[in-house]
Design a protein around this ligand. Structure first.
Ligand code: HEC
Length: 287
């Protein structure tokens, strides 16, 4: 009984204090993301979140966060969603009490990616963008090729037919289980960025890898997906081929087949023998 009271107290106080008085400073609240939130960012945020945050905050939108005081809360909840982007960003960076500070763990892009992930659970959310008066706007185009001499993916970035220097390009290989990041690189004076590619990466049946590149600067952005023949054709092998435990008998040596069936018959034989003898037992009569 005593424990029950304590547990109830813990839970109720946890929820009461969840609306704790943690406020980000005014200036931080007004901070806006320099990047447009999109699916890629949200996906990156999801990965970071499951690595560093889910242990306390639970699976987003499932309300299964850890029982702590104050409660960590669910990032899909109103408590989170009613805050500004800047406020969430600040709190992730700075931490408070049991909430660790992540400013030395994650770069600003990564923290914004987690905010983008949280916002992906809010249908009513509309991202507020910075006023970018007087800032250069681009009309990005990307050209993607593979250089076999250096085994690198080559991405050329232009805007209105001019090279764009010093802009960050992110490249990925699209796979069955999401995008595999090749990394980020800045374009050189010729507007070209290079990415290392592991040529042993499994491609599709024609040896194509599906590359996905993205440039994102000053809210101007461009993405493109290109299939390039980089690896050897990858012919999928059925799991039942080759020597597996469940493979057809043709691959098994004869002694294994005999032992296997010997054991199977032996065991079933013993079971049937026991059942048979049980039926033959006479009922015990007590008179
Ligand atoms: C060790 C547990 C723990 C981990 C790990 C953790 N948090 Fe928290 N978080 C908390 C707690 C506890 C609070 C409530 C702090 C308070 O209100 O004083 C909190 C609060 C927050 C808030 C503010 C919520 C609000 O209602 O104002 C945000 C945003 C947040 N966490 C994001 C994250 C992100 C993103 C990560 C991973 C990068 C993370 N947290 C990792 C425990 C954790």
């Amino acid at each position: 009984m005593k424990y029950l009271v304590i547990i109830i107290l813990l839970i109720t106080s946890g929820t009461l204090w969840a609306q704790s008085s943690w406020k980000a400073p005014d200036k931080a609240q007004k901070q806006l993301s320099p990047l447009v939130f999109d699916e890629d960012m949200a996906q990156q945020g999801r990965q970071l979140y499951s690595r560093s945050c889910a242990s306390c905050h639970g699976t987003v939108s499932k309300n299964n966060y850890a029982i702590m005081i104050p409660a960590p809360g669910d990032p899909a909840s109103e408590g989170f969603q009613n805050q500004t982007d800047g406020s969430l960003f600040y709190k992730i960076q700075k931490g408070k009490g049991a909430m660790p500070a992540f400013e030395d763990v994650y770069g600003t892009d990564e923290i914004w990616a987690m905010v983008a992930y949280f916002r992906s659970f809010n249908k009513n959310y509309e991202q507020q963008l910075m006023q970018l008066d007087g800032v250069e706007k681009f009309n990005f185009k990307t050209a993607v090729a593979y250089d076999f001499n250096i085994d690198k993916l080559v991405v050329k970035v232009t805007s209105d037919d001019k090279f764009v220097e010093n802009v960050e390009v992110a490249a990925f290989v699209k796979g069955m289980f999401g995008n595999l990041a090749l990394g980020k690189a800045k374009t050189n004076t010729k507007g070209i960025a290079y990415f290392d590619v592991d040529a042993d990466m499994p491609g599709d049946t024609k040896g194509n890898l599906n590359f996905y590149v993205k440039v994102n600067k000053n809210y101007s952005y461009a993405k493109s997906t290109v299939a390039l023949k980089v690896t050897e054709p990858n012919i999928p092998v059925a799991v039942t081929e080759g020597r597996h435990l469940w493979s057809p008998n043709k691959d098994a040596p004869i002694w294994l087949i005999i032992t296997f069936w010997g054991v199977v018959f032996g065991i079933w034989g013993a079971i049937f023998y026991i059942i048979f003898t049980l039926f033959r037992l006479k009922k015990y009569k007590a008179d």
